[in-house]
Design a binder for this molecule. Structure first.
Ligand SMILES: [Mg+2]
Length: 218
């Protein structure tokens, strides 16, 4: 059996979209402008966390000199401008196809703004794989947890096992809050060492996750 799960909830940034390189490049440009040291990808993955303000402080930003909002806005402007430079992780389309063929439902739950999430998923022609695509809408929700709870009602009404696949400790916290199992992939925004502390299965890459589905099920 491929999977005992009836539905998979995917995180987007770092899990399906390989945007780590872009995020590091953008933050490094801002750090250097402020005469701070740039981060290597390994350093980034060791300090990245939520809330983002804590990660910025670990990166060296001094919010007594300028505001968190100023850095955040500059980062977001650059990310929006350059987001189409990103590629999907290897094996995304094949994995989504494998699950679809095996009639396992799939959704996306992201902290990314809803409208831009829809646009970028359409850009990669992935819409048809998902029954629900849910991003943050600041008018109606303030966190991924609230949106996730609403999504769970829509996809399962509590029936059938649901698995959340993400790339950060926060995804694991969300899974716990909304009542799903969780696996993490250490090819995104946080290091494997950090993810292992979550006590859920951790895969090195989406390809490794996919081959586990194919070979021994999950
Ligand atoms: Mg993520």
């Amino acid at each position: 059996m491929l999977s005992n799960y009836k539905h998979i909830i995917w995180d987007w940034n770092g899990t399906l979209l390989n945007d780590v390189g872009l995020c590091v490049d953008i933050v490094n440009n801002i750090l250097v402008k402020k005469n701070l040291n740039p981060l290597s990808i390994i350093e980034y993955k060791n300090i990245f966390t939520f809330p983002i303000r804590n990660y910025y402080e670990r990166a060296g930003f001094d919010f007594s000199q300028y505001t968190f909002e100023e850095v955040g806005l500059e980062w977001m402007y650059e990310y929006e401008r350059r987001r189409l430079e990103c590629m999907l992780h290897s094996g995304v389309t094949e994995t989504l196809m494998l699950l679809k063929e095996n009639r396992i439902g799939q959704s996306i739950l992201s902290a990314y703004p809803h409208n831009t999430l829809l646009e970028i998923i359409a850009h990669f022609s992935l819409n048809d794989f998902f029954t629900h695509i849910v991003g943050l809408d600041n008018i109606y929700a303030t966190s991924k947890v609230e949106l996730g709870k609403a999504l769970m009602k829509k996809i399962s009404n509590g029936n059938g096992k649901v698995l959340l696949v993400g790339d950060t400790e926060h995804d694991c916290e969300v899974a716990e809050e909304i009542g799903t199992d969780c696996v993490l992939i250490a090819d995104g925004h946080q290091s494997k060492q950090k993810l292992l502390a979550c006590n859920v299965p951790v895969f090195d890459s989406l390809l490794e996750f996919s081959s586990r589905l194919n070979n021994s099920g999950l």
